[in-house]
Design a protein. Structure first.
Length: 343
């Protein structure tokens, strides 16, 4: 069963509130309608009420079960202005700048999460990546065990038995252009944590490179080797259970026959479900190639390393993509003890 189908069932048992900053976008409205129809919780749409209603009317879409908030007219507006000002004034933000920022639906959605008025957030449908991410990085603190905020893409195959029953976790694909070894280690641990939370499988993490366990002293390989050792140390310190291999080529990580031919052994060889790329170029190119050439479902960017779940989706996302990303961050908001009854 595809991952998102499994997550839908979990959210039907434990419904969540997901806030969408671009509430009048047709794709958001269609995804929100699915959320209500499938009884997964309450979508929160931000924007001008009249504009949202007009968009829904054009789609012949029922808004029942959805909450609509116009930030500038909300009862929490002044509270959020004060909170943002207090949070950012040491960085030079004035109260008037805070007032202007809170009128932005991305800031308002982020502050709703910070105040536990929403469980998760899906933004970016009409914004550039930097504009969508800035409020999250300014307002939401890092997770206790994370020093780095990054992102992952979930590649979900309907049929193929790779990764976790057809699901692969790619990182980082959207935030850090050239991560250091320390950042790569952080990315590996935070991505593995999300993978485990969503699948309940042991994360088998491949620290990818252009060579597998080589004797070369090339700087790019040295970085991945160092990141691998640091990730093991971080995982142990944080009590995160994961298997990790590096440096390793992607074919040896995913194909057991290739791994054997290349003499690559261990619990990750041919069985990886988490792929950590050495830089943003390779990660971003890889997931888009898989999406286009293999026709796989792709969901994200899922932001990792923050204490609240959020997704920054592509402006090219479909309603299907939006709904999948919402299901992922919604499930991240469910206490793990409730997700898996055996835990």
């Amino acid at each position: 069963m595809p991952l998102v189908s499994k997550l839908i069932e979990k959210l039907q048992r434990h419904p969540k509130r997901v806030v969408f900053p671009e509430g009048n976008d047709p794709r958001i409205l269609q995804a929100a309608r699915q959320w209500v129809t499938r009884r997964m919780g309450a979508p929160i749409l931000l924007g001008e009420r009249a504009a949202i209603k007009a968009s829904a009317a054009r789609l012949d879409l029922n808004l029942q079960g959805m909450r609509i908030i116009h930030p500038a007219q909300s009862e929490d507006f002044e509270l959020f202005v004060d909170q943002l000002y207090q949070l950012r004034r040491d960085r030079g933000m004035t109260r008037e700048e805070a007032r202007s920022a809170v009128q932005d639906t991305n800031y308002y959605a982020t502050l709703m999460m910070a105040n536990s008025q929403a469980d998760a957030m899906v933004g970016g449908a009409t914004r550039t990546t930097s504009n969508a991410l800035r409020p999250l990085f300014q307002v939401i603190p890092r997770h206790a065990n994370a020093q780095t905020a990054s992102s992952l893409m979930i590649i979900d195959f309907d049929e193929q038995k790779v990764g976790s029953d057809g699901s692969l976790f790619f990182a980082d694909c959207g935030v850090i252009p050239d991560p250091t070894a320390e950042q790569l280690a952080d990315i590996a641990v935070t991505t593995a944590t999300v993978a485990h939370h969503l699948t309940n499988e042991m994360p088998r993490v491949a620290m990818l490179s252009w060579a597998s366990q080589s004797d070369s002293q090339h700087p790019t390989l040295l970085k991945v080797r160092k990141a691998t050792e640091l990730a093991r140390e971080k995982a142990k310190a944080a009590n995160v259970q994961m298997e990790i291999a590096g440096e390793i080529q992607v074919d040896a990580a995913l194909d057991a026959v290739v791994a054997e031919a290349k003499g690559v052994t261990g619990p990750v060889a041919g069985k990886a479900n988490v792929l950590i790329f050495p830089d943003l170029n390779s990660g971003n190119i890889a997931f888009k190639l898989v999406h286009i050439l293999a026709g796989a479902n792709t969901y994200g960017q899922i932001i990792t390393g923050l204490s609240r779940p959020a997704a920054e989706i592509s402006r090219g996302s479909s309603a299907h993509d939006v709904f999948g990303a919402a299901a992922i961050v919604g499930c991240q908001a469910i206490d793990r003890r409730l997700l898996y009854r055996t835990v």
